[in-house]
Design a protein around this ligand. Structure first.
Ligand SMILES: [Zn+2]
Ligand SMILES: [Zn+2]
Length: 383
């Protein structure tokens, strides 16, 4: 569709990241006016205009702006930006028309962008997708879990069941479009008379209007509600992966279905384990004598303790692999490995007895003898 999504939208609109919604709208109006293809003689004005449009379609909408701030333009692929995938803007369309009407552009404006603006598309719209961040502990991600989250989403108004009409009152055929959901307008330009067909702004394409709006939702047919949702987290999920819950996003217009809920996973670090894909890594302290004499030590694994055999003469920093003790792959029945790096710890405050034994050991130690004779070979170098 030729919309550039990579640019920073705040930059595009020339505003600070903490700009108020009013500042955003003001900046948008100014730039839209400047680059409007009917007005601007500048080269590339239309491209620029589209970029400005697009930036405003995100930043001008509180929810989309929050998603963008949190996830960047990545968010557009899944959250509340369904307009692009579905072939038209969602509820921002009306806002654009309003702004342009106040400039005196009239409604002819929407035909410039055709399908992108949903011009000519009538009928109820599907609910928007939503993105949430799903924080999981290391164990929850490794083993899978059921996680309850709370979020605010758009629900059908229970009072009018989505119709927008006060219960007991009737729904009428839209008088503006005669029930077609489409609106025609003509305007005179130097090219002649241009006819534009666009979604009826009175009924927003539904073809129906209510005479007595539902008091609960002011005639919108939907309400914002906090909801608790349980998400099934599969075993082995990892940071950055997404879970898509079909039909758990926002409620759409009557009969059009809900959007999806996309949970973006973030796994918290663990005190002992570090994870890389399906493998896990940990460090285990080893005493000097364990390293020298060999030992069978107990180490934690994801499924309880396991014995790890340390051969005699193990050096600090050696890494041992425990096959199959890692995390399950999220998409297949395979497990990673656990790697244990041993760190040889010398006693910081040896007891009296330890001290005696160490002193005895020192007399016998081969390492220091070898070192001394090795360095002795270089005696001449140091004068
Ligand atoms: Zn209602
Ligand atoms: Zn209408």
């Amino acid at each position: 569709m030729g919309v550039c999504m990579a640019k920073d939208y705040y930059e595009t609109l020339g505003i600070q990241r903490n700009a108020s919604q009013e500042e955003i709208t003001r900046a948008y109006k100014e730039l839209a006016k400047k680059y409007h293809p009917d007005i601007s003689k500048e080269r590339g004005a239309e491209e620029k205009f589209k970029e400005v449009q697009h930036a405003y379609s995100v930043l001008g909408d509180g929810q989309k702006r929050r998603n963008y701030d949190q996830f960047g333009s990545e968010a557009e692929r899944f959250s509340g930006f369904s307009g692009f995938n579905a072939g038209g803007f969602s509820n921002t369309e009306a806002d654009f028309s309003d702004i342009f009407e106040s400039f005196g552009f009239g409604r002819g404006f929407s035909d410039i962008f055709g399908a992108e603006f949903g011009g000519g598309r009538a009928g109820p719209r599907r609910g928007e997708n939503m993105a949430v961040r799903l924080n999981l502990t290391f164990e929850e991600a490794a083993f899978g879990t059921k996680k309850e989250i709370e979020l605010e989403r758009i629900e059908e108004c229970g009072n009018c069941h989505g119709s927008g009409a006060r219960p007991g009152t009737s729904i009428e055929t839209c008088r503006v479009c005669g029930g077609s959901g489409m609106e025609r307008s003509t305007r005179r330009t130097f090219l002649g008379v241009i006819q534009t067909q666009s979604t009826c702004r009175k009924c927003r394409g539904s073809g129906e209007t209510v005479s007595d709006p539902c008091p609960e939702c002011s005639g919108k047919g939907n309400v914002h509600r906090r909801k608790k949702i349980t998400i099934s987290v599969p075993e082995g999920i990892d940071t950055g992966q997404q879970l898509r819950l079909k039909g758990q996003g926002n409620y759409g217009e009557k009969g059009a279905g809900r959007g999806d809920l996309i949970a973006i996973v973030y796994v918290e670090p663990h005190e002992i384990f570090r994870r890389d894909g399906t493998d896990i890594f940990m460090e285990a302290p080893l005493s000097f004598s364990e390293a020298a004499l060999g030992a069978a030590i107990e180490v934690p694994t994801l499924k309880g303790k396991a014995k790890l055999r340390i051969p005699a003469g193990t050096q600090g920093g050696t890494i041992f692999k425990m096959t199959g003790k890692g995390v399950k792959a999220v998409d297949r029945n395979a497990y990673g490995d656990e790697y244990v790096k041993v760190l040889v710890r010398t006693p910081e405050k040896p007891s009296k007895r330890e001290r005696e034994l160490l002193e005895k050991l020192a007399e016998e130690e081969e390492v220091s003898r070898k070192r001394n004779s090795f360095f002795d070979r270089f005696k001449g170098m140091f004068g």
